[in-house]
Design a protein around this ligand. Structure first.
Ligand SMILES: [Cu+2]
Length: 390
């Protein structure tokens, strides 16, 4: 079992404190009104992380388990691509007035922590038109291939949530689990097409009392990166927007044909513009990369110049780590890879499916970034490559 996961409460989200439902209204609402339910991560995670790191270094004692509280809102946004295209997305944010973040805010916690996540879907335009069947959540608020053990009460409690007010579906749902197993996980909306629109993010559980290792006994790292991989069909996303705002025909997702491929929702060359989306190290350092496939397609992550050691997969430490230079991740899979970067220079790191290294059919683009290995003086012996249209 990876987690104990249980809903601690499901609340109606209402504007009037005194507003009450009759039993009949409630039953009708339960039957008629689809519930939008979602699950999320947090911006404060890095602050928690740093706090935990300080505590662990300044104190010989094991850090005690903490309670981590997150609140996420379902919002939409337009993501701008380097070729000028804008892609409509629906995702999570921890700011009530914020736009969707894709991927959603990272949840980074320590093993043993209690995690409370409240998801609020109070935007009428989204909650009316983009509902989620509540019961679906049982399969996948935090998905791993090994599966999350969820109690059956989850269904029932979520099912009690939906309400209708003035034609709007407003909902607030809280989840609770104890982070028991160190590793890298994907959290996402349980409805695949909703996750496709951007309702996903990374969950990291750090081993209790151990710094700079993904698992007890795993190789130590100098730097850690999380790459959330995904793919999108910009036409289908636009059609979803038209469906929500103009009532045009619903998207036929069986025609899904992705034309953008992302690392942390960036495509090449934008992956090179943020130090979180490319590796930047000094020669001799070891890097941990948490690869999380939130997309609908298989991705084949390939490093030039260096083999990497696969040390974990799907939230499990591997008993027998192995070396690869191309690793396949099915949709929903995660992998923890360790790279010892001992040769100065610049090396590509990309999806080895060539079509996935394009932006709307134009190479180079897509799921591609770089490993920059600098000399101790900070210089790199290799010039930066042509950044295409940047
Ligand atoms: Cu290559």
């Amino acid at each position: 079992m990876l987690f104990k996961f249980a809903i601690i409460r499901t609340e109606n989200f209402m504007t009037s404190k005194n507003f009450r439902f009759t039993r009949k209204t409630r039953v009708i609402a339960m039957l008629v009104v689809p519930v939008t339910v979602l699950f999320i991560g947090a911006l404060l995670a890095t602050q928690f992380m740093h706090g935990a790191a300080r505590a662990a270094t300044s104190n010989v004692k094991q850090p005690s388990a903490q309670v981590r509280n997150y609140t996420f809102y379902i919002r939409d946004n337009w993501m701008k691509m380097p070729d000028g295209q804008r892609i409509y997305v629906i995702g999570y944010t921890d700011k009530p007035q914020g736009a969707a973040q894709v991927p959603g805010p990272a949840i980074v916690v320590d093993q043993g922590d209690t995690v409370n996540v409240t998801v609020i879907n109070d935007k009428a335009s989204l909650s009316n038109n983009f509902p989620n069947a509540a019961g679906n959540l049982t399969t996948a608020p935090l998905q791993t291939v090994d599966g999350l053990q969820l109690p059956s009460e989850l269904d029932k409690e979520i099912g009690a949530g939906p309400i209708a007010k003035s034609g709007q579906n407003w909902q607030k749902v809280s989840y609770h689990f104890v982070a028991q197993q160190p590793g890298s996980y994907l959290y996402h909306d349980a409805t695949p097409m909703h996750a496709q629109m951007g309702l996903y993010g990374a969950l990291t559980i750090k081993p209790k009392g151990i710094l700079s290792r993904a698992y007890p006994g795993a190789p130590p790292y100098n730097k850690e990166y999380t790459f959330v991989l995904s793919d999108m069909d910009s036409d289908a996303h636009k059609s979803t927007y038209d469906n929500l705002t103009k009532g045009s025909a619903a998207v036929d997702w069986t025609k899904y044909h992705p034309n953008y491929f992302f690392i942390n929702s960036k495509v090449w060359p934008d992956t090179m513009m943020d130090s979180n989306d490319s590796l930047n190290v000094t020669v001799g350092q070891t890097v941990l990369v948490r690869l999380i496939n939130a997309g609908s397609e298989v991705h084949m992550m390939h490093t030039h110049g260096h083999h990497f050691q696969v040390i974990g997969a799907n939230g499990q430490k591997l008993a027998h780590p192995y070396y690869k230079d191309t690793l396949m991740l099915a949709p929903g899979e995660t992998a923890d890879i360790s790279l010892f970067l001992n040769k100065p220079g610049r090396y590509m790191f990309h999806d080895h499916i060539e079509a996935n290294t394009t932006n709307n059919g134009v190479y180079p683009g897509g799921m591609m970034t770089m490993i920059n290995i600098n000399l101790p003086n900070g210089q790199n012996p290799v010039a930066m490559p042509d950044m295409g249209n940047k």
